[in-house]
Design a binder for this molecule. Structure first.
Ligand code: NZQ
Ligand code: ZN
Length: 389
């Protein structure tokens, strides 16, 4: 492990089927004016809304609601939420939903007392907040993004069709607490469950496929990946299996709460490609990642052959006997492909509405990173997008 780092994660987690009870204690720490944020109605259909609002009432909170936060939340919606939170003199923001709702709550939190335009400040100039933040707590209902224990907030500018994630360096942006009740995720439609599972797996890959040093984080990542593969196979066959869904919920949190990135470089190119696709198509996040992954990993394989080989053996149990390094690595990616087909995730960006005429525009929107095994130039980005069709 060669990197220098500090590690601090201030988010307190409450996990399990009784965890919503903790909302009482947590709410008592904050002022009266609460902004309750949620999505397009799933929490009203599955009873979570009633359970949460009953607690807010018992704690005598004065509640304003921001409803209708869409998957891939937009900048227009952010402006609307900031207005509501300002007018309500928000002391606290409670996000009840998936990554979109949690990300959006953080974006509102850093914007309420910000005198500048939040898009320009946080998503164009990537600045850190220099104003008071409104504290955020989350009740998670969809598993995948890790937003419940990180400082990421992805917003889509609907006019320019740019989907940009800002992972804030300031840990004050992280939720003060998150309530993780696996039962709350049991009503997710199959596609969303599968997209979330692939999102978890890819977060780990993004942090694993980088660096040459012997790093504890990579061993943790291998364990997390094995757990995701194991539990996902059970959950796909029986989505109501509590044990599998609870393991998925827990691995999702650890996959992107900064731990496995410590002391090493990270890649994130699948996310950059996927986000560019998502900005143009508004497709489900995990599906955009799945659709570009295999062409990307096959492209970088020769540059990161040792790690690809290790991935095949340690994560997919590929036997290394009497095989070339390339053959072992290819077998690993083939095993991953088979698993992705079992999950039922998108394998091509054409399934998400991308046409060949859109490729150049999408390539223009890809933010090229250089932490992985091969920094991509524009031609290579276009090639990978074409191979993803
Ligand atoms: O809006 P509602 O009605 O709640 O429906 C949602 C939505 O349609 C539904 N859903 C959520 N919980 C449910 C449920 N339906 C039934 N039962 C439940 N219990 O699922 C749909 C998807 O929800 P969403 O929150 O959009 O999904 P996800 O958690 O995948 O979040 C995606 C967003 O997070 C960003 C993505 O880019 C995307 O904008 N990400 C955030 C990251 C971070 N903070 O670090 C990292 C990720 O890589 C990702 O980029
Ligand atoms: Zn992701």
């Amino acid at each position: 492990m060669l990197g220098n780092f500090t590690y601090c994660n201030p988010t307190k987690l409450y996990f399990g089927e009784d965890s919503l009870e903790a909302l009482h204690t947590e709410l008592q720490k904050y002022g009266k004016n609460v902004v309750l944020i949620y999505g397009s109605g799933s929490i009203k259909r599955n009873g979570i809304y009633d359970a949460v609002t009953a607690i807010l009432k018992e704690e005598e909170k004065n509640v304003a609601e921001i409803a209708g936060v869409m998957p891939n939340p937009t900048l227009t919606k952010l402006y609307e939420g900031v207005e509501i939170a300002r007018n309500h003199h928000a002391d606290f923001i409670l996000a009840v939903g998936g990554g979109s709702v949690c990300d959006y709550a953080k974006a509102v939190s850093v914007s309420v007392h910000c005198a500048q335009d939040p898009w320009e400040k946080y998503y164009v100039r990537f600045e850190e907040p220099d104003c008071e933040l409104v504290p955020v707590g989350c009740v998670l209902t969809m598993v995948g993004t890790g937003s419940e224990m990180n400082a990421g907030a992805v917003i889509t500018n609907q006019d320019t069709k740019q989907k940009i994630g800002h992972v804030f360096a300031d840990e004050a942006v992280m939720p003060k607490f998150s309530i993780l009740n696996p039962k709350f995720t049991l009503t997710l439609p199959h596609d969303q469950m599968a997209a979330g599972i692939y999102d978890i797996f890819n977060h780990i890959c993004e942090q694993y496929f980088s660096g040459e040093d012997d790093n504890t984080s990579d061993y943790i990542s291998e364990g997390l990946m094995r757990s995701v593969i194991h539990s996902s196979r059970i959950a796909v066959k029986n989505p109501q299996d509590y044990e599998a869904r609870s393991n998925l919920m827990w691995t999702a949190t650890w996959a992107l709460n900064t731990l496995v990135a410590k002391g090493k470089t990270t890649d994130w190119m699948v996310h950059m490609l996927g986000q560019a696709v998502g900005g143009v198509t508004n497709a489900t996040h995990g599906m955009t990642l799945a659709a570009v992954s295999l062409p990307y990993y096959r492209f970088i394989m020769p540059y990161g052959l040792d790690k690809m080989k290790r991935f095949a053996v340690n994560v997919w149990d590929v036997s290394a006997a009497d095989k070339s390094d390339t053959a072992i690595a290819e077998e690993g990616l083939k095993a991953m492909e088979n698993w992705m087909r079992e999950l039922g995730v998108a394998m091509h960006i054409s399934e998400l509405g991308v046409t060949s005429e859109m490729i150049e525009d999408i390539a223009d929107k890809v933010l090229a990173m250089n932490g992985g095994y091969k920094a991509l130039n524009r031609e290579e980005i276009v090639q990978i997008l074409r191979e993803s069709m």
